[in-house]
Ligand binder design. Structure first.
Ligand code: UDP
Ligand code: MG
Length: 335
């Protein structure tokens, strides 16, 4: 038993000859409607590789029958492992737990709702065999998503690529393949704010981009709403870039400069033409403008201080409640 029971300790790695080829990590939260089909399609895709693989289900605190379902999954050739969180910690935490627990030579991150088609796995593994350490899956079309979602996603990627120091490829979600080398680097990143798009891009390595058609959700409903998405975007920006702080400074310098120029103009006008100082509206406007800029800058600063506060608490990312393991040689248990 480890000294800190809530921290997951990955099992010791098997010798390379026995090491699984691919670990498919599937985080899920209340997905009982899709999990059976998901498992079937993933197994079929892995069968096509003809080698022993691993499927990792991470139950992010589901309250439906999802856990009961996944713990009954097994396969004659592949290993099925299931981890269960004590409550809902979010997809980022579930993905991080999967990356910690994965033991294969490469890892594929997949959504349980089958928006990321498992049939792409063969092509991704082929690209990895050809030397790529990271295979990013870019969405060609975003079926089943309305105009607002597509527009906000586009805006988000544009904003992120302006802010972040590492390029984040547009329209690439979590669906990707990572070599074990990349996984071990990501596992060493200690931050509590897990902005996965940024974390996954951070290590670098050899990248390939493949394109795919993103299907609509098979069943159930999305776990994201706009307030969650805005929260994610803010988290992404403030955890991966200090550019907003610099922008606040620049805004401060620019407004001071313009105030100085305006003062010069007013002085000159008063001295040369004896113009009386006029303008209640312009005074109000300036006060409101400066007040706005100040509040905005304090808000930006507050976001970073808040982030520091959360990081300084050093809490674990997730709490594991249960683990289930089905060895490839297991026979199917009755429900
Ligand atoms: N998910 C999760 N924890 C959460 C929310 C979502 O593990 O708190 C899983 C969800 O079950 C799915 C994947 O993350 O497998 C993607 O979620 P969703 O389909 O709701 O997001 P979208 O595709 O709409 O961005
Ligand atoms: Mg989805």
């Amino acid at each position: 038993m480890s000294a800190v029971p809530y921290l997951y300790k990955a099992p010791t790695r098997k010798p390379t000859s026995e090491q699984a080829l691919v670990s498919v990590i599937i985080p899920f939260f209340n997905e009982m409607d899709v999990l059976a089909i998901c498992h079937e399609r993933v197994c079929r895709a892995l069968d096509a590789l003809g080698q022993h693989c691993e499927i990792l289900y991470i139950d992010d605190g589901s309250t439906d029958l999802s856990w009961r379902l996944v713990t009954r999954f097994n396969h004659p050739m592949h290993q099925v492992r299931c981890l269960r969180f004590s409550r809902n910690f979010g997809k980022e935490a579930a993905t991080s737990a999967g990356l910690k627990a994965a033991t294969a030579r490469c890892v594929i991150l997949l959504d349980a709702d089958l928006q990321d088609p498992p049939e792409c796995i063969k092509e991704m593994v082929q690209a990895w065999r050809n030397g790529a350490h990271v295979v990013e899956m870019q969405r060609k079309a975003r079926h089943g998503e309305n105009f607002l979602k597509r527009f906000s996603a586009r805006l988000f990627y544009k904003l992120m690529s302006k802010m972040s120091d590492q390029p984040i490829t547009e329209n690439v979600g979590d669906f990707r393949l990572l070599d074990e080398k990349v996984v071990s680097v990501i596992n060493q990143l200690p931050e509590r704010t897990r902005f996965m798009k940024g974390l996954l891009a951070w290590p670098g390595f050899q990248r390939t981009i493949l394109q795919f058609d993103r299907d609509p959700r098979l069943a159930g409903s999305t776990k994201w709403n706009y307030s969650k998405l805005i929260h994610l975007a803010l988290e992404g920006i403030t955890s991966f870039s200090t550019k907003p702080l610099r922008w606040a400074t620049t805004a401060g310098v620019l407004t001071s400069l313009s105030a100085f120029v305006m003062a010069l103009i007013i002085f000159t006008k008063t001295l040369l033409w004896g113009d009386p100082v006029t303008g209640y509206p312009s005074t109000m406007l300036m006060i409101l403008f400066l007040g706005g800029i100040q509040l905005l800058s304090i808000g930006v600063l507050g976001e970073y201080v808040g982030r520091l506060f959360i990081e300084s608490k050093q809490r674990p990312l997730y709490v594991l409640m249960e683990e289930s393991f089905s060895h490839p040689t297991c026979t199917h248990q009755e429900l």
